[in-house]
Write a protein that binds this ligand. Structure first.
Ligand SMILES: Cc1cc2nc3c(=O)[nH]c(=O)nc-3n(C[C@H](O)[C@H](O)[C@H](O)COP(=O)(O)OP(=O)(O)OC[C@H]3O[C@@H](n4cnc5c(N)ncnc54)[C@H](O)[C@@H]3O)c2cc1C
Ligand code: SF4
Length: 326
C-alpha cells in the first residue's frame, strides 16, 4: 500500500472543501472495498477523507411517507430497521443476502452503492482491463466470463454490478442525494449507475468532489417483497443472478408490481415494460417477463446459461411470493 494522508471531516462543508482542494482525494466510509483496492494498488488515492463523524448514520421519515437513509448507515442497521423490514422488505432481504455479518456491520449505504465490480480481471493486475486502465483492453471477453454480464455490455467491458442492496433500491425507485460545491441534489437510482459504453472506468454519475449524503425511498408500495439470489455458495458470494421482486398475489395467481435483476449487467437491470402486465401462474408470468427483460441479451459462450437461469430465478421468486403471502 502506498502512503496517503488521512483526515476526518468535521462537517459536510469541510468534507466537500477537502475533496475540492485535492482532486486525488477519496472518501472512505466502512473501507471494506476501498482498502482492498488500495492494498492491490488498483486505487491509489493520495488523500482519504473519512465521513464517519458527520452524523450521516440516521434513518428518518420524510414528507410524503418515505424514508431518508443516511449515507453512513451500516448495512446491518439498515436491514434490521423495523420500518425497513416491515415496509421495504425487499431491501432487508437483499442486504442480508450479501457479504457476511461482519462485513455488513462495517459496510455503509453509500459505500455499498459505490463498490466496484468483482470481475476477476479487474482485480488481476497483470490482466488487460479497460475499467482499471482505460484503453488497455478487456481480457474477460475471451476469458473466464461465466459470471459476467449478458445485458447492456459493450465491446470495452462486460463486467457486472456487484451490490445486492442497489438491486432492491432500483426496484423501489430510490433517489441518491448528492452534495457538491453547488449544493445538494438528487440522482434517481435508475441514472446513478452507468453502462460501460466506451468509458467503463466511470461507474456512476457521481462527479469528482461530490459525496453521497443519503438515499431516499419513496412511500411504501405494499405488496409481497422477495429477493432471491443465486450464487456459487450459500454465503460470502456475489450474485450469479438475483431478482428483486414486489408482487401482488391472489391465490394461485401472481402479478409483477416491480422487478429488477442483479448479476446480469453493469447496473441494476429493471425493465418497466415487464411490470404490471396482469396476473397468471408463476410459470406464465416468469416466461412473459423474462422474454421482455432478456431481449437483446449478448451472452458469451461461457455465460449463455444466465438466460435460462434468469427466467428460472424469476419463476422461483414468484413462487416465493406466493409462499410469503400465505
Ligand atoms: C468478501 C466480501 C464479500 C462481499 N459480498 C458481497 C455481496 O454478496 N453482496 C454485496 O452487495 N456486497 C458484497 N460485498 C461488498 C460490500 O458490501 C462492500 O464492500 C461494502 O458495501 C462497501 O461499503 P463501505 O462502506 O465499506 O465502502 P468503502 O470501502 O469505504 O468505500 C467504497 C467506495 O465508496 C466510496 N464512498 C463511500 N462513501 C461515500 C460517500 N458518502 N460519498 C461518495 N463516495 C463514497 C469510496 O470512496 C469508495 O470508492 C462483499 C465484500 C467482501 C469483502
Ligand atoms: S469485463 Fe470490464 S472489468 Fe472485466 S476485464 Fe473487461 S474491462 Fe475489465
Amino acid at each position: 500500500m502506498k502512503p496517503f494522508i488521512y483526515q476526518r471531516a468535521t462537517s459536510l462543508q469541510d468534507a466537500v472543501a477537502m475533496l475540492a482542494a485535492r482532486p486525488d482525494a477519496r472518501v472512505i466510509a466502512g473501507g471494506t472495498n476501498l482498502l482492498d483496492l488500495m492494498k492491490l494498488q488498483i486505487e491509489v488515492p493520495q488523500h482519504l477523507v473519512d465521513l464517519n463523524n458527520l452524523g450521516l448514520d440516521t434513518i428518518e421519515n420524510i414528507p410524503g411517507g418515505g424514508l431518508r437513509l443516511g449515507a453512513m448507515v451500516r448495512n446491518t442497521d439498515l436491514a434490521s430497521n423495523e420500518t425497513v423490514r416491515r415496509q421495504y422488505g425487499v431491501l432487508t432481504r437483499a442486504i442480508v443476502s450479501g457479504a457476511s455479518g461482519q462485513i455488513r456491520n462495517r459496510a455503509t449505504t453509500a459505500g455499498n452503492l459505490m463498490q466496484r465490480t468483482r470481475c476477476p480481471y479487474f482485480y488481476g493486475t497483470a490482466m488487460a482491463c479497460n475499467k482499471r486502465e482505460p484503453g488497455s483492453g478487456c481480457d474477460a471477453r475471451n476469458g473466464i466470463s461465466a459470471n459476467l454480464a449478458i445485458l447492456g455490455t459493450s465491446d470495452a467491458c462486460i463486467a457486472t454490478h456487484p451490490s445486492d442492496m442497489a438491486i432492491a433500491m432500483r426496484a423501489l425507485d430510490a433517489e441518491v442525494r448528492v452534495l457538491g460545491a453547488e449544493g445538494e441534489y438528487s440522482i434517481p437510482i435508475a441514472d446513478f449507475h452507468r453502462l460501460p459504453g466506451d468509458t467503463p472506468h466511470i461507474d456512476t454519475g457521481l462527479r469528482s468532489g461530490e459525496i453521497i449524503t443519503a438515499v431516499e425511498l419513496p412511500a411504501p408500495l405494499g405488496g409481497t417483497h422477495v429477493y432471491r439470489k443465486v450464487r456459487e455458495r450459500a454465503s460470502y458470494a456475489f450474485a450469479t443472478v438475483s431478482v428483486a421482486l414486489v408482487a401482488q398475489v391472489d391465490g394461485a395467481n401472481v402479478a409483477i408490481e416491480r422487478l429488477a435483476f442483479g448479476g446480469l449487467a453493469a447496473k441494476p437491470w429493471r425493465v418497466e415494460a415487464a411490470e404490471r402486465r396482469g396476473s397468471g401462474t408463476p410459470e406464465e408470468i416468469a416466461r412473459d417477463a423474462a422474454a421482455i427483460v432478456l431481449e437483446g441479451a449478448r451472452p458469451t459462450e461461457r455465460n449463455r446459461y444466465k438466460i435460462d437461469l434468469a427466467q428460472r430465478t424469476l419463476h422461483a421468486a414468484l413462487i416465493d411470493a406466493q409462499e410469503h403471502s400465505r
